[in-house]
Write a protein that binds this ligand. Structure first.
Ligand code: FAD
Ligand code: NAD
Length: 406
């Protein structure tokens, strides 16, 4: 009997979780399963802000994909270049692959909204190498300032602008606030010379949280020396810094040695450039997460666009959703292989936690508003759980956040 070919693109939360699920549910003789990823390793995207600030080593946020897969899954390290849904083929930099069933889980890219200069002059927090670049750049700026003569010191080298006060921007700022005292000691920089400015277009930071939680976050971060500029969208980035809009025909320029862009995400370009029907590189899917008209193609995670019927708003692109979608897609693939009906995606949303650096966080998980150490411990549990779901206790012991004080 010819085995159906299942091809999974991307080994982030969605793709790797789909593969792990399938390796538990299908036998080798049921299907040939191939997982494709551009790197040999998976990284914890949800920890990248910590690596970007230099508070976690890049090695801790990544692990080899082969170490968590059984032999029945074929792993291929390759970059996906084109998806051809008519010929059921995928072009990669390592050759062409064919499928009977396809899972697209290629994640996200930073959204720049076409704003002038952002692509060229800002850093994004999207993968391990981006995190390394941000960490190293900040060190270089401090070292440059330290090596300048007293009369020529350019304090803008020590100014870090973060564009966007959503989860990514705030979590990164929290980490940075904790790192700065260490950087100041290392490079003999007076703390008051360092400016970290969070620029947000909307009238408030973290719009998904209540006013009480937002005020708590602002107080914690302001106490650590963070400056906020809200209601002031970034409209341009240059080599020297960013231009912000303060009102009709009113602009300001912030000189900064480092600009980190964390103002939202879109799907990956490769999805947009394929013949999948996409908008901002995300594909609107059916309730069972298949592509309309293509019951054998599934979108998972940040590439998928689905509206929550209860709230009539799209599900946000989060790891929580990606993992739950992976479970649904794996179950649906097993059903299709066995000639059964697919089932709809029914998420179990538990709320969210936003870390503020150190051992502080805010959370609205399980319908309760929590702040401080308890919320922070909750975040650690979530981080370790993600490892456990993929690689069990062994992976938690190897890569987990096991120190409750750090
Ligand atoms: P990803 O996890 O991004 O995986 C995509 C995979 O595809 C990667 O392995 C990538 O290397 C690979 N890939 C990409 N392009 C190609 C290609 N062309 N060829 C081959 N392989 C390719 N969500 C939460 O729920 N909780 C959090 O606490 C949280 N924290 C976050 C913190 C930060 C700093 C960021 C940036 C995001 C955070 N998110 C969080 C959002 C969450 O990380 C994403 O929603 C999640 O990673 C999406 O999973 P995914 O599988 O769709 O994509
Ligand atoms: P986001 O869309 O949640 O926030 C982006 C912010 O940037 C918004 O507040 C927006 O108003 C602002 N912005 C947009 N254009 C701007 C401009 N020109 N100038 C200044 N500000 C501008 O995006 P994100 O924070 O990158 O998060 C992406 C996804 O990842 C979200 O779904 C988020 O929920 C998820 N995430 C979750 C966690 C967590 O659960 N702890 C952490 C990080 C990310």
């Amino acid at each position: 009997m010819i085995k159906p070919k299942i091809l999974i693109l991307g080994a982030g939360y969605g793709g790797l979780m789909t593969a792990i699920n399938l390796q538990k549910r299908l036998r080798s003789r049921d299907a040939e399963i191939t997982l494709v990823n551009k790197n040999s390793y998976h990284y914890e995207t949800t920890w990248l802000h910590e690596a970007s600030a230099g508070n976690l080593k890049p090695e801790q946020v990544r692990y080899e994909i082969k170490d968590v897969l059984h032999k029945k899954i074929i792993f291929k390290q390759a970059t996906v270049e084109k998806i051809d849904i008519h010929y059921k083929s995928v072009q990669t930099n390592q050759g062409e692959l064919y499928y009977d069933y396809l899972v697209v889980a290629l994640g996200f890219e930073g959204e720049t909204f076409g704003i002038d200069g952002l692509d060229k002059y800002t850093f994004g927090i999207t993968n391990v190498n981006d995190a390394r670049k941000i960490r190293d750049h900040i060190h270089t700026q401090f070292a440059e300032w330290a090596s300048q003569e007293l009369f020529e010191k350019d304090d803008a080298l020590l100014t870090i602008v973060v564009g966007g006060a959503g989860f990514t921007g705030i979590e990164f700022i929290g980490e940075l606030a904790n790192k700065v005292p260490e950087l100041c000691r290392e490079y003999d920089v007076p703390r008051e010379k360092v400016r970290i400015i969070c620029v947000e277009a909307a009238p408030s930071i973290l719009p998904m949280f209540s006013e009480t939680l937002v005020n708590y976050a602002v107080d914690v971060l302001t106490d650590k020396g963070i400056e906020f500029s809200v209601g002031t969208p970034v409209v341009q980035a240059t080599k020297e810094g960013v231009k912000i809009k303060k009102g009709p025909n009113q602009f300001d320029f912030i000189k900064a040695g480092t600009v980190v862009w964390a103002a939202g995400v879109r799907g990956p370009r490769v999805v947009e450039e394929s013949d999948l029907p996409s908008r901002r590189a995300r594909v609107a899917v059916e309730e069972d997460l298949s592509v309309p008209g293509y019951q054998h193609i599934f979108m998972v995670g940040d590439c998928a666009f689905l509206v929550n019927r209860e709230t009539e708003r799209p599900y946000p692109p989060t790891a929580q959703i990606a993992v739950q979608q992976a479970n649904t897609v794996a179950r649906n693939l097993v059903a299709l292989v066995k000639g059964k009906e697919t089932k709809p995606f029914i998420p179990d949303l538990k709320g969210t936690v936003c870390s503020l650096g150190g051992s502080d966080a805010i959370s609205n998980a399980f319908g309760k508003e929590i702040t401080g150490k308890t919320a922070y411990i909750m975040k650690k549990v979530i981080d370790n759980r993600a490892l456990y779901l993929i690689g069990g206790l062994g992976l938690v012991l190897k890569k987990g956040k096991l120190n409750p004080f750090k």
